[in-house]
Write a protein that binds this ligand. Structure first.
Ligand code: SF4
Length: 209
């Protein structure tokens, strides 16, 4: 495994294979709409860093994470973060947490949390999202509508895609903390380049508390 993490929106991203599990992807909890409009497949910005990461590299990263010795995985992640001079890991810059690997990923997240690594990202795996709250509140659950958010009766971080604009609305409970996508973050009268590190420093977007 040469390289596991790649720059993503100002921080370090972990990319898993995109698509249905039967098509060699990790998006077990996909919706038909999201597969059709998937930003990781259809909206690759010419300047975006993830353009260079093809399926094979994503598959190699995924296999390494779920199959290798746990401490080897933790060592690799923390070493690469050091090289990138970054303390924030973005889970599922594309792809997702499959049910069968939930326990494994939770172990990794727990250890990284103990090492002081900040972890953020997006998932459609509701059970994983509920569990992960123990270690990070910066991983958003992606749902199709605000009504679905209300039905969860939870106050965590949520993302609702707008398939017309290829952006997501970010909610911290009831509070709409910004809209993000196509390399742009906006919040009220703020419009700037989407950058997770900037959001972290300013406590905006996914890092709004
Ligand atoms: S809202 Fe900010 S932290 Fe969340 S994905 Fe967009 S740029 Fe990253």
């Amino acid at each position: 495994m040469k390289k596991l993490l790649y720059p993503f929106s100002g921080i370090a991203g972990l990319f898993f294979p995109v698509g249905k599990p039967e098509d060699d992807g990790t998006c077990e909890f996909y919706s038909e709409k999201c597969l059709l409009a998937c930003a990781a497949i259809h909206c690759i910005d010419e300047n975006a860093e993830n353009k260079i990461i093809g399926h094979e590299l994503k598959k190699a990263a995924y296999d390494f994470i779920v199959k290798e010795n746990l401490f080897k995985v933790l060592y690799k992640i923390t070493e690469e973060l050091k090289v990138m001079k970054c303390n924030i890991l973005y889970w599922f810059a594309c792809g997702d947490c499959k049910k069968e690997h939930q326990e494994r990923l939770m172990n990794i997240i727990e250890y990284l949390h103990k090492y002081g690594i900040v972890q953020c990202g997006f998932t459609r795996n509701k059970n994983f999202w509920e569990e992960v709250q123990k270690y990070t509140q910066y991983i958003a659950l992606t749902l199709e509508s605000y009504t679905e958010v209300q039905k969860t009766q939870r106050t965590g971080l949520f993302a609702i895609p707008d398939y017309k604009t290829n952006k997501v609305k970010i909610y911290r409970g009831e509070f709409h903390s910004g809209t993000c996508g196509m390399s742009v973050y906006s919040f009220k009268n703020i419009v700037r380049k989407a950058n997770c590190l900037e959001c972290y420093k300013l406590k905006q977007g996914c890092f709004y508390e």
